[in-house]
Design a protein around this ligand. Structure first.
Ligand code: ADP
Ligand code: MG
Length: 322
């Protein structure tokens, strides 16, 4: 039977932490990333289906800075629109570099990028009061917070470092994704043998008003949790979460730190419940893997980009299966 594989790419697949984020740097990283993806495509059977999703944190951050810096010349756009802009930006870079690799390998496989909306719930706890938890934009001083609050009284600002002058940041809700809204068209494309790049940055978060009308909202959906929703609508049996570590660990950062290899759902769930995986980084990845298996997935793999083929063969990575 054909496999359906979803690959979720982490932040460093597109921009490394020590880089500014120039076009050249991002194309170089994308070229390397899609080189690994082309290798896995080469390894797959022709009838296997492949869907790719990716993060957008650094790109959205940079674009928000540009919006703010130029707001007296051209109007700034809200986060849902900026999110859509980065889906296009990153999607383009991944698409072009992947097409070039496939061409070089003489593999005939179309690649497309699809803007993608993801439904969230207006009653999600993240929208209530000051619950919002996802920091966005620059670190601010107390004075800058006061200025920002005059312009945008609706913004939530939180202290995100204990004792630094610049310890404040705007936070936005990070609601749980309920459903991917473009399932039908994504399925038609993957059925036709197209490699689909979609749901970038966790998708564009939208609310529905009960009458079928959608509206974007300023929020950030975790890209691995949104990736799981995407995996569900395409019926993926294998989900890859590719990041900058070859394996997830228990006792992370401690003297008795230990790599996790092949583990069962129950063991992964136990470690997750113990808090072995940090919130905001490895935590949501493991959570997405657990959900994937709960929703009928066969195998969820956390590994690094350069190990994707080995991990697919079962030679490395943290491989969680029921
Ligand atoms: P990405 O940006 O690639 O989606 P993140 O940077 O958010 O991923 O998460 C990956 C990071 O999670 C690792 O580089 C590591 O620093 C951190 N991490 C937190 N807990 C763990 C753990 N238990 N095992 C391994 N890495 C962990
Ligand atoms: Mg990262």
């Amino acid at each position: 039977m054909a496999n359906t594989i979803l690959i979720a790419l982490g932040g460093n697949a597109i921009k490394q932490a020590d880089e500014k984020g120039t076009t050249e740097e991002q194309f170089k990283n994308c070229r390397e990333t899609t080189g690994h993806i082309a290798n896995i495509i080469q390894y797959l059977a022709p009838e296997d289906r492949l869907i790719i999703t990716h993060g957008n944190g650094p790109q959205v951050g940079n674009l928000m800075v540009q919006q703010k810096a130029a707001q007296n010349i051209v109007p700034a756009h809200p986060m849902d629109v900026v999110g859509a802009m980065t889906q296009g930006q990153i999607g383009y870079m991944l698409q072009q570099t992947l097409m070039n690799h496939l061409n070089e390998k003489n593999i005939k496989k179309p690649v497309c990028v699809l803007l993608n909306q993801v439904l969230v719930d207006s009653n999600d706890p993240e929208f209530i009061g000051e619950n919002a938890s996802k920091p966005v934009g620059n670190f601010l001083t107390k004075e800058e917070v006061q200025e920002l609050k005059i312009k945008h009284p609706e913004y939530i600002v939180k202290k995100v470092k204990p004792n630094d002058e610049r310890c404040w940041r705007r936070v936005v809700p990070s609601p749980d994704p309920i459903a991917n809204l473009d399932g039908e068209v994504i399925n038609k494309l993957v059925d036709a043998g197209v490699v689909v790049i979609t749901s970038g940055g966790g998708g564009i978060p939208v609310l529905e008003n009960g009458k079928g009308q959608l509206k974007g909202i300023e929020a950030v959906i975790d890209k691995d949790l949104a990736g799981e929703r995407l995996a569900k609508i395409v019926g993926a049996n294998i989900m890859f979460v590719l990041t900058d570590v070859e394996k997830a660990k228990i006792n992370y950062g401690k003297a008795d730190e230990q790599d996790l290899g092949k583990i069962s759902y129950d063991v992964a769930k136990k470690y997750y419940d113990e808090g072995q995986f940090l919130a905001g980084s490895m935590g949501p990845k493991v959570k997405a893997c657990l959900r994937f298996l709960e929703n009928g997935g066969e195998k969820a793999i956390i590994s690094s980009l350069d190990k994707v083929v080995e991990a697919y063969r079962g030679e490395t990575g943290t491989i969680i299966a029921k």
